[in-house]
Each structure stands twice: as structure tokens, then as C-alpha cells.
Design a protein around this ligand. Sequence first.
Ligand SMILES: NC(=O)c1ccc[n+]([C@@H]2O[C@H](COP(=O)([O-])OP(=O)(O)OC[C@H]3O[C@@H](n4cnc5c(N)ncnc54)[C@H](OP(=O)(O)O)[C@@H]3O)[C@@H](O)[C@H]2O)c1
Length: 299
Amino acid sequence: MSVLILGAKGQLGQALKSVQPAEESVIYADIEECDLTQSDAVSTYLHAICPDYVVNCAAYTAVDKAESDRELCYRINRDAVQNIADGLTLLAKDKPGLVPRLIHISTDFVFDGTSKRPYLPGDEPGPVSVYGSSKLAGEMAALTTMPEQVMIIRTAWLYYTEGANFVHTMLRLMAEKPELSVVDDQRGSPTFARSLASAIWKAITRDRFIPGIYHWTDAGEVTWCEFARAIQAEAVERGLLTREIPVHGITTDEYPTAASRPAFSVLDTRKLEQLVGWSTTPWRQNLGIMLDEVKANQN
Ligand SMILES: NC(=O)c1ccc[n+]([C@@H]2O[C@H](COP(=O)([O-])OP(=O)(O)OC[C@H]3O[C@@H](n4cnc5c(N)ncnc54)[C@H](OP(=O)(O)O)[C@@H]3O)[C@@H](O)[C@H]2O)c1
């Protein structure tokens, strides 16, 4: 079986590599190998590789920048997904017997955040940002073009040992500043990219492919402020930070950003847990694993 990972240099791409099953034949590609916004190049690339599975982790993920960079955001989050789906559809026609499947990664930001319970995959989306709207448009592009061969997996608050993310930002700010104020009225589920990567590999290697929309995050929910305090506590315990600083909770209104964000974006993950036969892990446990790796990388 041949698997192609797109957006390989990003957080999730690296996480997929770190837990790649030894028996799989996997090609990792990022923009240097194939710019996904170029439709002809995408089709040519897919025809050269003939993958059984494509996992699309490539995305425009700068949520605030997207508000003033709408065109590029849509080119990557919607048009590139259309290019992949078109390329795979053409490939299936050109290579009888090959049934290429797409696992496309999306986001909790497709929701408006007004739900009083964790969002189910079938709940009505209502993005409140350019990024969220563009990701929803990408989902629609894939689902419309190859409905029988696409799994959309939405995740949230993703972080990895390598890469730019909230955990690394907090570690840096907590080392530099005497105190910190962090938004305390947005709730979600921090997700270690490797846990999502493991779920994706289980879906592929166990051939548990049933088309549709799924959710995957780590288990439990917190506000960004609660997450920041947990990061500090775990980091101090490991000697990654030498002292604790006060971390104050503030409201979203007190921390204006270019993009609006859902106040509540906890996702109900049961559908994918059942599909892959594996349960999500408590977020704090995975945070500890990540920080252990950060520590090991320092030594
Ligand atoms: N990060 C989060 O908190 C979060 C939360 C929910 C959902 N998600 C979703 O999870 C997925 C993985 O996120 P991530 O954090 O791993 O993203 P990431 O670290 O930003 O990685 C995305 C990768 O895609 C590449 N890319 C961008 N434009 C491309 C193009 N035209 N052709 C080929 N590759 C291109 C990027 O390259 P450059 O770096 O050169 O641009 C980067 O290597 C995405 O679908 C994202 O929307 C993320």
C-alpha cells in the first residue's frame, strides 16, 4: 500500500512520520515537491506516485493573518483541496483498479462556538473567521468531488514537539516575562499532533475507511488560561522553567485579535474512536509526553 503525506513539514506531517508503521511505503511531500495550489502540477504529481491513500495536512494556518490575506488563505485551504480531489478523481479514471482515498484534515473553527455540548460531526457549521470559512470550503470541495472516497477529520488546538504552537509560545513568554494574561473564556481540547497521527495510521493500516466527517482531539476540555497554567506547572516540574509567574485570566474582549474565534469548540470524538477502535488520551497526559520530548531535545 502506498501512502502520500502532503504538508509533511508541518506539525501533523512530522507527527505522522514519527509514528509511521514500518511496513508502509510512505512518501512525504511539502511545497518544494508539489505546490498544491498549482492544479496541473498536483495532477502530474499524483499520477507519478499513484497513492492508495493521501493524507492532506497542508494548510494555511495563520488564523489572524488570514483576515487580511483572504485570497492566499482560500487558495491553500479550498482551491488546493479541490486540486487534490480533482487529481485523485482523474487518477482513478486513468488507473483502473486503483481506488485512491483522501484523508483531509480540518478544524474546530468551522463551528461558531455557541453549542452547549461537544460538537458532533454532523452539526451545522458556522465559521466566524476567514480561516474557518476557508477550511469549511475545503471540506465541501473534497466531499463534493469524491464523496465516496474522502474522510474529513476535524481537530483542534494542535501542538507538537517541533513547530510554532501555543505550548512553545507559553514556554518562551513564561521564561521572559514577570507575569502573563491569557484568555479564559474560550474552551477547547488541546491535541498533541501525535495522537491524531496515530488515529490516522490506525484508520489506514486497519483499512477502517468509511467516508464521512469525523472529529479527533485529546480528551477533556480547558480554557487557554487553564492550559497555560498546566503548561507552566508541567514545565517547572521538568526543569524547563526555573520559576512560576502569575498567569491571569482575561476575557476575549480584553485580548482583541484580527480573527474572531469560537468561544466553545469542544469536539465529540466518539465516531472516530469507534471506527479506529482506539480511545482518545487525556490532554494533560499528552502534554507531559510533549514536554518530556522538549526536555530530551535540550540535552
Ligand atoms: N495548528 C492548529 O492549532 C490546528 C487546529 C485545528 C486544525 N488544524 C488543521 O490541522 C492540519 C495540520 O495543521 P498543522 O498545525 O500541522 O499545520 P502547519 O504546521 O501550519 O503545516 C502546514 C504545512 O502545509 C504546508 N503548505 C502550505 N501551503 C502549501 C502549498 N501550497 N503546497 C504544499 N504545502 C503547503 C506548509 O508549508 P509552509 O510552512 O511553507 O507554509 C506547512 O508545512 C491543517 O489542516 C490545519 O488546518 C490545525
